[in-house]
Design a protein around this ligand. Structure first.
Ligand code: NDP
Length: 304
């Protein structure tokens, strides 16, 4: 497994190379997809549903479709107008639930205000819920039962384990408690036997908590919020944040929730933004689609 590279610019941390690690995982998924086709005549398929014209969502949907095709899976794109009603979307979900060619269903969030996202997520067959947001999968994760796990949190834990294969006993701090990142990543870390603290906007003295953390996962949505002097020397830092800020020459650039340059001088290992968690999210979506196809067809999935 690729772990990362040392950075030459006075930084001590290993840079966790999410791009290479994700490419390696996508390669393994593609090999198992080829096996499914050869031995079982089965092609995993993912339906991606996009409502409206959010430019960021359109970029995500395009990169998901590209990764699917590269992995040998079938993409089913459903682009619906901004004015789509809830009943119409629920009817589409019903059709996709019944469609044997569709192994996974992903509804790109956010949805327009006339549609209740929770209602739509709850309508997806939990076995096809490759985002892992359905209440059944959320419940199974918290019970420690096998489930489809949300992709970004799953990717975060995989990245941390490339540095330290066992997270048992580590003091882990998760900053952020959203349903899509903070809470599921905390559940996954508990399952790895880490001692988990979840911080949020009402947490007192966050810096002091961070300084105790052997593993810090930042999912806040605030540019460079976590400073270098918050990091415990040698800690593993996983930065989920994607924030666009003004850069040199009027060009914008993407930064994470951690002040990367400062943190990389103290941490033992750190993910860059971009090129860290982001690529793993898509690779884990491919893995979830493969696993869903195997479970729906009663075929054993390769242990990847
Ligand atoms: P949310 O806005 O849903 O949640 C942010 C969390 O951060 C909340 O729990 C909030 O606390 C907490 N928070 C906000 N301000 C502070 C503060 N001052 N101190 C401590 N905690 C604070 O965001 P998401 O979880 O959806 O996303 C987080 C980041 O990750 C974003 O930048 C997003 O773009 C990125 N992201 C990246 C993905 C990827 O593939 N790389 C995928 C998904 C998200 P409270 O609950 O109290 O409000």
């Amino acid at each position: 497994m690729v772990v990362g590279r040392k950075n030459g610019r006075g930084m001590t941390a290993t840079i966790i190379d999410g791009k290479s690690i994700a490419a390696e995982l996508r390669g393994k998924v593609a090999a198992d997809v080829a096996r499914l086709k050869r031995d079982h005549g089965l092609t995993p398929g993912l339906a991606v549903v996009l409502v409206g014209q959010n430019p960021a969502s359109e970029v995500y949907v395009r990169s998901k479709a590209k990764a699917l095709v590269e992995a040998g899976m079938a993409p089913f794109d459903h682009k619906l107008p901004e004015s789509t009603g809830e009943a119409e979307l629920l009817a589409l979900i019903d059709r996709l639930n019944a469609d044997k060619a569709v192994s996974g269903i992903l509804v790109q969030l956010p949805l327009p205000p006339q549609i209740d996202a929770q209602k739509v997520i709850a309508a997806i067959d939990p076995m096809k819920d490759v985002d892992g947001f359905h209440p059944v999968n959320v419940g199974r994760l918290s019970l420690g039962l096998p489930s489809l796990v949300p992709c970004t949190p799953y990717g975060c834990v995989m990245l941390a384990k490339t540095v330290k294969p066992s997270l048992a006993g580590l003091d882990a701090l998760v900053i952020g408690r959203s349903n899509i990142v903070g809470k599921p990543v905390a559940q996954l870390l508990l399952a790895e036997n880490a001692t988990v603290t979840v911080a949020h906007s009402k947490t007192r003295d966050l810096a002091a908590l961070a300084r105790r953390a052997d593993l810090l996962i930042a999912a806040i949505g605030k540019a460079e919020f976590v400073r270098g002097d918050w990091i415990k020397p040698g800690a593993i830092v996983i930065d989920v944040g994607i924030n666009r800020i003004d850069g040199e020459g009027g060009k914008s650039r993407i930064v994470g929730d951690v002040a990367f340059g400062e943190a990389a001088r103290v941490a033992g290992a750190i993910t860059p933004v971009p090129g860290g968690v982001g690529p793993m999210t898509i690779a884990c979506l491919m893995l979830n689609t493969l696993r869903a196809a195997c479970a729906l067809n009663g075929v054993k999935a390769a242990s990847l």
